[in-house]
Structures are given as structure tokens and as C-alpha cells.
Design a binder for this molecule. Structure first.
Ligand SMILES: C[S@@+](CC[C@H](N)C(=O)[O-])C[C@H]1O[C@@H](n2cnc3c(N)ncnc32)[C@H](O)[C@@H]1O
Length: 221
């Protein structure tokens, strides 16, 4: 679809097709691949505030806990897309290296000219297979609008935790029903195993339209 045809109606259709027609990881990769050129315009039409809300979750956590995620540290953006979430991390003063895990080449092609990311892992975060992202490397692994019940499922949290250094953080924002459905249980499980501490859970209204979201932050033990 040429970019000048994106409007509220076509953005709504994009979202309902994603929710109701996309069934698995490869399907979702193909969906984003086919719509990558229009992704940012679609997001704007949907009132997508997830990147800013994720960062608000992080700064609220920092203020409340007295812990600061080092702005000159190293981060990985899981499902980095076209760089909206990477830019949002830069906007809260992060000057360190940001790497990207993004399975869809066409999305990343949109991100590259922005010069936000250093390394690119062209892989899916999955439940049953580790990515090639090195272990114990990052101060922050964050993910904006990626975890769902389609592709990046709750089991992918385990691999996200593996990527961060002990004491490092995993920060996720997702549609609230995915937190209520599965992610909450997986976070509790990781906490019971002594792998993480659940440090912050915050509900934000109007993630887009009237959809609510949850921002949650885990600290690796
Ligand atoms: C809604 S977009 C969010 C992009 C970006 N984080 C943002 O805030 O604009 C979801 C992104 O997750 C990627 N994605 C989908 N399934 C994934 C998976 N299993 N692992 C990693 N990324 C995935 C998609 O290719 C897409 O770029």
C-alpha cells in the first residue's frame, strides 16, 4: 500500500488483521515485512505511545526505587522495528551502545538511517530456542509492543533475562491482556527460580486508542 493511502481506517485494518489473522512467529515476520514501509505512519494513526510509555515506566521505577539504569551502559532493543523505541531510549538520555534484535529485515532497513543501533541480531525471540545474543552482556534489555500471544510469547522472557548482566534490568511494555494472560505467570516463575526480582508493574491507559498496557521491569539476580 503506498504510504499516502494510510489513514485511520487503513491503520485500524492493519491492527485488526494483525490481531485476528496473524497466527505464529513466521506469519508475524511476514506481516511486518510486507507493511514495514508504512509502519510509522500506521503507528501515528493508531496514536501509538508505547515507546514513550515504556520509558516513562523506566523513569518512574528509577524515581521510586532510587536505582538508575546507567545511561552510558549497553542496551538491547528486542523487536526494535524501525527504531521508534530506540529513539525513545535516546530521548531519556541514554548515550551508550544500543543493539537491536529484529527479525524483519524490511523493518530494520527503515531503522538503519537513524544511526541508533550498533549491532543487529536478525532473529526471532522464541520460547524454545535461545537467540545468538550473548549472555550477561546488557545493562538493559527492553521491548516495546513485541510480547504477545502470537510470536514473542511469555517464554521469551527467559532468553531476555539471559542477555542481561546480573543486576541488569529487563523492561517490557505490552498490551495488558498479555501480561494478565501469561507474562505475569512467567515473571513469577522466574522470580520463584531466583533468576529475577519483579521490581515494577505499572498500568498505562491508552497505549493506543483505548487499549491499556502494562509496563513491567525485572532485575536479574
Ligand atoms: C509493534 S512493532 C514494535 C517496534 C518498535 N519496538 C516500536 O516500538 O515501534 C513489533 C516488532 O517486533 C518484531 N517481532 C515480532 N515477533 C518477534 C519476535 N518473536 N522476536 C523479536 N521481534 C519480533 C516485529 O518484526 C516488529 O518489528
Amino acid at each position: 500500500m503506498p504510504s499516502n493511502e494510510i489513514n485511520q481506517e487503513s491503520a485500524n485494518k492493519w491492527l485488526t488483521d494483525l490481531w485476528w489473522q496473524v497466527k505464529g512467529a513466521e506469519d508475524e515476520r511476514e506481516y511486518y515485512s510486507n507493511t514495514a514501509v508504512n509502519y510509522e505512519e500506521i503507528s501515528a494513526n493508531l496514536g501509538w505511545r508505547a515507546p514513550q510509555l515504556c520509558m516513562q515506566g523506566i523513569t518512574n521505577y528509577e524515581r521510586r526505587s532510587g536505582i538508575t539504569i546507567p545511561r552510558d551502559g549497553r542496551a538491547i532493543d528486542i523487536g526494535a522495528g524501525t527504531g521508534l523505541s530506540g529513539q525513545a531510549l535516546r530521548d531519556i538520555g541514554f548515550t551508550g551502545q544500543i543493539d537491536a534484535l529484529e527479525p524483519t529485515e524490511n523493518m530494520f532497513v527503515q531503522a538503519q538511517p537513524k544511526n541508533i543501533f550498533t549491532l543487529w541480531y536478525h532473529e526471532l525471540l522464541l520460547e524454545d530456542k535461545e537467540t545468538s545474543v550473548p549472555s550477561n552482556t546488557y545493562d538493559l534489555a527492553y521491548s516495546v509492543g513485541v510480547f504477545s500471544d502470537r510470536s514473542a510469547k511469555s517464554g521469551g522472557l527467559r532468553d531476555s533475562v539471559r542477555m542481561v548482566k546480573p543486576g541488569g534490568h529487563v523492561a517490557v511494555i505490552c498490551v495488558k491482556r498479555h501480561w494478565d494472560g501469561d507474562l505475569d505467570i512467567m515473571a513469577q516463575k522466574l522470580q520463584e527460580e531466583g533468576k529475577v526480582e519483579i521490581k515494577h508493574v505499572e498500568v498505562f491507559e491508552k497505549y493506543f486508542y483505548h487499549t491499556n498496557s502494562v509496563s513491567f521491569i525485572l532485575q536479574k539476580q
